[in-house]
Design a protein around this ligand. Structure first.
Ligand SMILES: [Fe+2]
Length: 386
């Protein structure tokens, strides 16, 4: 098992015998249906369909999709019951952890370099009022590479080092998240995805014109300061006039990234279809990263609270469900298996989470007990540990 693999989500109808599960799958009652590492058989797939799973994560090996195991080899074993084909999950979990760790190191390394490159790019803008488009495109390429792992990249954004250079980290993160949200929505062509990333990287470039003591002020801003900060999308839009290389969709995306579908945003309070689809995606990516990042002027919140906020803003008509719903769904799935802290101070593992219909959130504690915290008044997840 030295092959490298990535974890890819498959819908049930896409599964076939011989694929290897990339996650432990639980039944709604919290019992294990199949462990991560299981080589799927027809019976396993039937079982997953029976439990109405809408999709599972599968390991895709670099040498090609699948496991390197031949499904027929499994069948030679006589179509044994699923339990007999469950592979020792400790072995696979250890193997998976090693691979993930290698991927994390690579991600953090590329991430660190691209943040430095953006710092250089923005410094040139600040000092020389010039946009180095060649450098910018190399940053877009790097961000596309970072977001290749899909929604899993969001977990790594929380582990990537953040420093006082919040604006550069945030801009790269919004580029990554915008690419992920756009891909999940299926609404953008590849060339538009590239523009989405570019707009994400540039969305707050107008803040370079805002005095630092206002931008990073601790405590609330007065009316004049708030007005000044809220001009940053318009400042960027005017700046782009000097650079024909920046496509119209990127200019509009940046100008409107604080506008909302219900007209409650700024600077122009445009609503609905008047807002460019790129701006709608940037709005979601911006809120998610701003909430989950450590900032100079405020503490970060857990991805769980950010998720609640985006869902509430989608229900109230600020965000388009077309873009927010697939992102929220995938985000829930990627948090499964992570260790979390509850508001009573206890720590456990999130083993199952369903937000459709009656919400179920199963936490497994160190004594082996699994409880649905939705049935426990006042208990809620407040922090992601790892
Ligand atoms: Fe902004």
């Amino acid at each position: 098992m030295s092959d490298n693999y990535s974890i890819v989500r498959y819908l049930i109808y896409q599964l076939r015998p011989g694929l290897q599960l990339g996650e432990t799958v639980l039944a709604p009652d919290g019992k294990v249906l199949l462990y991560a590492g299981t080589i799927l058989t027809e019976k396993h797939i039937e079982r997953l369909s029976y439990y109405n799973c809408d999709g599972v994560r599968v390991r895709e090996f670099q040498s090609g999709v699948g496991t390197g195991f031949d499904a027929k080899q499994q069948q030679k074993k006589g179509n044994a019951e699923p339990e007999e084909l469950v592979v020792s999950h400790e072995y696979y979990e250890a193997d998976m952890a090693a691979t993930v760790s290698e991927q994390e190191t690579e991600f953090v390394s590329i991430y660190g370099n691209v943040v430095k490159a953006l710092k250089r790019c923005f410094t040139i803008v600040r000092l020389e009022k010039h946009l180095d488009c060649e450098l910018l495109h190399s940053i877009v390429d790097a961000v596309l590479t970072l977001s290749e792992r899909g929604i899993g990249a969001t977990a790594l954004l929380h582990t990537a080092t953040r420093s006082e250079d919040y604006l550069f980290h945030h801009s790269i993160n919004v580029g990554i998240l915008a690419n992920i949200i756009g891909n999940l929505s299926g609404a953008f062509k590849p060339s538009q995805q590239r523009n989405l990333v570019l707009a994400g990287i540039l969305h707050d470039i107008g803040k370079l014109e805002i005095p630092v003591h206002v931008l990073y002020k601790k405590g609330s801003l007065d009316e004049d300061e708030l007005h000044m900060v809220r001009q940053h999308p318009a400042i960027a839009f005017k700046f782009f006039r000097h650079f024909k290389e920046i496509p119209e969709s990127v200019r509009l995306g940046v100008l409107q990234h604080h506008e909302r579908d219900d007209g409650s945003g700024y600077p122009l309070r445009t609503a609905g279809t008047k807002n460019h689809p790129i701006a709608k995606v940037l709005g979601i990516a911006d809120v998610y990263d701003a909430m989950t990042s450590k900032k100079v002027y405020g503490e970060e919140v857990s991805p769980f609270a950010a998720l609640d906020t985006i869902q509430a803003d989608s229900f109230s008509g600020k965000f388009s469900p077309k873009y927010s719903t697939p992102f929220l769904h995938e985000l829930c799935q990627t948090l499964i298996g992570r260790y979390v802290t509850l508001n009573d101070g206890s720590t456990g593992q999130l083993v199952f989470w369903n937000r459709n219909g009656k919400e179920t959130c199963l936490i497994r504690f160190s004594d082996g007990q699994v409880i649905d915290i939705m049935n426990q008044n006042k208990l809620k997840v407040i922090k992601l540990v790892c």
